[in-house]
Design a protein around this ligand. Structure first.
Ligand SMILES: Nc1nc2c(c(=O)[nH]1)N[C@H]1C(S)=C(S)[C@@H](COP(=O)(O)OP(=O)(O)OC[C@H]3O[C@@H](n4cnc5c(=O)[nH]c(N)nc54)[C@H](O)[C@@H]3O)O[C@H]1N2
Ligand SMILES: Nc1nc2c(c(=O)[nH]1)N[C@H]1C(S)=C(S)[C@@H](COP(=O)(O)OP(=O)(O)OC[C@H]3O[C@@H](n4cnc5c(=O)[nH]c(N)nc54)[C@H](O)[C@@H]3O)O[C@H]1N2
Ligand code: SF4
Ligand SMILES: [Mo]
Length: 672
C-alpha cells in the first residue's frame, strides 16, 4: 500500500488552529502529527488531535442520513437515502414557510468547525431563506467588545511575543489545556527568566508553571484590576511618557481611583491590599509585561467591563505600545480574508427577528411566534448551551421539526427528526482564520468522504437547490468556493509577498505581517481609557458590582484538558482519563455541609438540581465551586450537567453568555 503525507489544519474551536500533516492513501488517514513547517504548531499538537484518525474513522461516525423512529431524545433511527432526507426537509420547510413564514425556522450553530466555508456558508443559506437570525455569542463576545471599547480595531498581539516578556500574568486562561502553543511560549519565557503570575478562580494545570497564584472571587476581576491601578497611581508607578502621548482620558480615569474605592475593591474581590500593591509593583517594574486574558472571566454580567479594566492596566504600564508585551488573548485574522463572500451579509433580510443563542430554552419554549423548525450544525446545544433543562424541554417538543447535521449521535442529534451525516476537516477544502495567532492556512481534502458524509457547504448547496435558490453561488464546489474567496480577498496580495501568497495557496501556514505596536486603530488614534461613545455610566472603566441573590457558592464551569467543549467525547481513551462528572469544593465549604471527598453531592439553584462527585480540594477558593468539562447525558448521574445550573442571562455588552456567573447551594446526596 502506498501512503503519503498531506498538509491540513485543525478545524476546531481552539485558538491554536494547528497546522497538521496526515499520513494517508487517499481513503484512510493512518497517522496525524503537528506540521513541523507550521510556524506555531512546530510539529506538536494536543493529545486530542495527535490521534485525529480515531475520530475520522470512529466506529460511531454517522455514515448515512437517519430518520427518527423512537421518541425524541431516545436515539432510535433508521437509515434513509440523501434523496429522501432532502425531500422530507424541503417539503416540511415549504409547509412551514407557507403557513407561518420563514422566521419560524431557526438555524443554530457555533464553532464546531471554525473554518471559513464550513462555518460561514450556513449564514448565506439562512439569510436567503429569511429564517430567524441567530446571535452567535456563547463564547467570548463580551471579551471582544471590552477589548474594542478601549483599543478599537487595533491588531491583537501574537502570543509568541511573550517569549520576550519578563513578567507574564495569566489572567483566567487555562492555557495548558486551551492554548497550548501560547503555553509553550510562556514556558520558554520562564526559561528565559520571566516571572509567571496566575490570577484564577482555582488552581488549574497552569499553576505548576506559576511563580505566584492569586485566587480571585469570580466576576470580580474588574475590582482587582482597579485595585492594582490604584496602587500604581498611589506610588506613581506609571508610564507617564506613554500615557501623555498615547492614552486618551488617563487623568480622569486615575481621579476615580480613591482610597475609599480601593478598600471596596479589595474586600469584594478577595485579594488583600498588600497583595494588590505587590501585583502593582511587579507589573510596573517589569520592562515588558504581558497579560494573557482568557475568555471565562468575561462570561459574567459585568464581563466586558472586567476585560476593559484589565486592559487599562497595560495603558498605565505603557506595554500596549511595546512589541514584547501588552495584552494577549484577543486577536482576529478575519480581516485578511473576505469571509463575507461565504456568509453573504447582503442577503440578510430586513426586519427578520434575531434570537440570542444563549436563550435557546426560551426560544424553543416561550417565544411568539413559535420556532417550528431548528437546523443544528457545528454545535451541540443539548450539552453546551446554558439553561440545559429548558433546552431539553424545547428540543423534546413533538411539533418542533429538528434537523441535526453531525458526525456523531450527540445528545442534540438524539432529538432530531432527521440527522444528516457530516464529514470531518480531512474530507473537504477550507480556509482557516485563527483567533489565537497570526497564521493563515488553506486546506485541501486529504481523503474522500467517509460513508455518505457531506460537508456543511455541500449540504447547504443541496438544500438551496431544493428550496429553489437560483444564484450561481450555490453551484460552486467546495474547492471552487475556496478559490473564489481567495480571489475576492485582494488584501492578501497586499499583505504578503508573492512568495508568501504562493506558499499559502500550496497549503502552508503563513504569518500575517505584524503592525507597529503604536498603531492604535481607535477614533482618537490613542488607547481610549475613556470611551466617549459609551453613555455617562460606562465611559470610564469602573467596578460593576453585581447582586448574586441567595445562593452562597459561586459556580465556575471550566474547560477540560482531555476534551474540547463536547467535541472528542466520542473518544473513550480521552473521556476515561477525564473521569466522572466532578465538582471541586473548598474544604471549609465541604465541612460546613458535612461533605467528604468522593461523596455524591447535589448542586442546586432555581434552574435545576445536578448530581456530581465531590472533590474536596484547597485548589479552589472558598465560596467557589468548579466543574470542568462538558459531559454527555450518559456520562452524568441524573441526566443533567453543569449547564442546567446556568442562567440564560446576558453580559453587560456583546449579549454574550454568563456561563460563569451562577450561584448554587450544595448538599450531600444519595442516589435513590
Ligand atoms: N482542551 C480544551 N481546549 C479548549 C477548550 C476545551 O473545552 N478544552 N475550549 C475551547 C474554547 S471554545 C474556548 S472559548 C477556549 C477557552 O479557553 P480559556 O480562555 O482558557 O478557557 P475559559 O473557558 O475561558 O476558562 C479559563 C479559566 O477562566 C477561569 N475563570 C472563570 N471565571 C473567572 C473569573 O471571573 N475570573 C478569573 N480570573 N478567572 C475566571 C476558569 O477558572 C478557567 O480556568 O478554549 C478552547 N480550547
Ligand atoms: N459546561 C460548559 N459549557 C460550555 C463551555 C464550557 O467550558 N463548559 N464552553 C462554552 C464555549 S466557550 C463554547 S464556544 C460552546 C461550544 O459549544 P459547541 O459549539 O456546541 O461545541 P462542541 O460541543 O464542540 O460542539 C460542536 C459540534 O460540532 C460538530 N462538528 C464538528 N465539525 C463539524 C462540521 O464540519 N459540520 C457539522 N455539521 N458539525 C460539526 C461536532 O461533532 C460537535 O458535536 O460551549 C459553551 N458551553
Ligand atoms: S484542538 Fe487546538 S491544540 Fe489541538 S490540534 Fe486543534 S488547534 Fe491544536
Ligand atoms: Mo468558546
Amino acid at each position: 500500500m502506498k501512503t503519503y503525507w498531506k498538509r491540513s489544519v485543525c478545524p476546531y474551536d481552539c485558538p491554536d488552529e494547528c497546522g497538521l500533516i496526515m499520513e494517508t492513501d487517499g481513503k484512510t488517514v493512518f497517522r496525524v502529527k503537528g506540521d513541523p513547517k507550521h510556524p506555531s504548531a512546530k510539529g506538536f499538537v494536543c493529545r486530542k488531535m495527535n490521534h485525529y484518525e480515531k475520530t475520522i474513522h470512529h466506529p460511531n461516525r454517522i455514515l448515512t442520513p437517519l430518520k427518527r423512529i423512537g421518541k425524541k431524545g431516545e436515539g432510535r433511527f433508521e437509515e434513509i437515502s440523501w434523496e429522501n432526507a432532502l425531500t422530507i426537509i424541503s417539503n416540511k420547510w415549504k409547509e412551514i414557510i407557507d403557513q407561518y413564514g420563514a422566521e419560524a425556522i431557526l438555524p443554530y450553530s457555533y464553532g464546531g468547525n471554525e473554518h471559513t466555508i464550513q462555518n460561514k456558508s450556513g449564514e448565506a443559506f439562512f439569510y436567503k431563506l429569511g429564517a430567524s437570525n441567530l446571535e452567535r455569542t456563547i463564547c467570548s463576545k463580551a471579551k471582544g467588545v471590552g477589548y474594542k471599547q478601549i483599543l478599537g480595531d487595533t491588531q491583537g498581539k501574537d502570543p509568541s511575543i511573550m517569549e520576550q516578556s519578563d513578567l507574564i500574568i495569566i489572567w483566567g486562561c487555562n492555557a495548558a489545556a486551551t492554548y497550548i502553543h501560547a503555553y509553550q511560549n510562556i514556558i520558554q519565557a520562564k526559561k528565559n527568566g520571566a516571572k509567571i503570575i496566575l490570577i484564577e478562580t482555582y488552581e488549574t494545570p497552569v499553576s505548576k508553571t506559576a511563580d505566584e497564584i492569586f485566587l480571585v472571587r469570580p466576576g470580580m476581576d474588574g475590582a482587582l484590576a482597579l485595585g492594582i491601578a490604584y496602587y500604581m497611581k498611589k506610588h506613581q508607578w506609571l508610564n507617564l511618557d506613554f500615557m501623555k502621548s498615547h492614552v486618551y482620558g488617563w487623568e480622569e480615569f486615575l481621579d476615580t481611583l480613591t482610597d475609599e474605592a480601593a478598600e471596596e475593591f479589595s474586600e469584594d474581590c478577595g485579594i488583600n491590599p498588600e497583595q494588590m500593591k505587590h501585583l502593582a509593583q511587579m507589573l510596573s517594574q517589569a520592562s515588558h509585561p504581558s497579560i494573557l486574558i482568557g475568555s471565562g472571566l468575561s462570561r459574567h454580567r459585568n464581563g466586558a467591563m472586567n476585560v476593559r479594566c484589565i486592559i487599562a492596566l497595560q495603558a498605565l504600564t505603557g506595554a500596549l505600545g511595546d512589541s514584547k508585551g501588552g495584552i494577549i488573548g484577543e486577536l482576529s485574522t478575519g480581516y485578511a480574508l473576505n469571509r463575507d463572500y461565504a456568509s453573504k451579509p447582503e442577503w440578510k433580510q430586513p426586519h427578520t427577528r434575531t434570537i440570542n443563542m444563549n436563550q435557546l430554552g426560551d426560544a424553543l419554549c416561550d417565544i411568539e411566534p413559535p420556532v417550528r423548525s431548528i437546523y443544528v450544525y457545528n454545535m451541540n446545544p443539548a450539552n453546551t448551551a446554558p439553561g440545559q433543562a429548558k433546552v431539553l424541554k424545547g428540543l423534546a417538543r413533538e411539533d418542533l421539526f429538528t434537523v441535526v447535521h453531525e458526525r456523531f449521535l450527540t445528545d442534540t442529534a438524539k432529538y432530531a427528526d432527521i440527522v444528516l451525516p457530516a464529514d470531518t476537516s480531512a474530507e473537504h477544502a477550507d480556509l482557516a482564520t485563527p483567533y489565537g495567532h497570526l497564521i493563515l492556512q488553506r486546506s485541501y481534502p486529504v481523503i474522500e468522504p467517509v460513508g455518505q458524509a457531506k460537508s456543511n457547504w455541500d449540504v447547504f448547496r443541496l438544500l438551496a437547490e431544493r428550496m429553489g435558490f437560483q444564484e450561481n453561488f450555490w453551484k460552486l464546489s467546495c474547492d471552487q468556493l475556496a478559490d473564489a474567496i481567495v480571489d475576492h480577498s485582494p488584501q492578501l496580495k497586499q499583505l504578503w509577498t508573492e512568495e508568501e501568497y504562493q506558499r499559502y495557496q500550496e497549503g502552508y501556514g503563513v504569518c500575517l505581517p505584524v503592525e507597529s505596536p503604536l498603531t492604535f486603530k481607535t477614533p482618537s488614534g490613542k488607547v481610549e481609557l475613556i470611551n466617549e461613545t459609551l453613555g455617562k455610566k460606562d465611559r470610564i472603566p469602573h467596578y460593576m458590582k453585581l447582586d448574586h441573590g441567595v445562593y452562597p457558592i459561586h459556580l465556575v464551569s471550566a474547560p477540560h484538558v482531555q476534551t474540547l467543549n463536547s467535541t472528542f467525547t466520542e473518544r473513550k481513551e480521552l473521556t476515561e482519563k477525564r473521569g466522572k462528572m466532578t465538582l471541586k469544593i473548598h474544604p471549609s465549604d465541604a465541612l460546613q455541609r458535612n461533605i467528604s471527598n468522593g461523596d455524591l453531592v447535589t448542586a442546586y439553584n432555581d434552574h435545576a438540581e445536578v448530581v456530581f462527585l465531590a472533590e474536596v480540594t484547597k485548589k479552589v477558593k472558598q465560596g467557589t465551586a468548579v466543574a470542568e468539562g462538558v459531559f454527555q447525558a450518559v456520562q452524568t448521574y441524573n441526566g443533567l450537567t453543569v449547564n442546567a445550573l446556568m442562567s440564560q442571562q446576558l453580559t453587560d455588552y456583546g449579549e454574550a453568555s454568563t456561563l460563569n456567573d451562577n450561584r448554587i447551594e450544595i448538599r450531600k446526596t444519595k442516589l435513590g
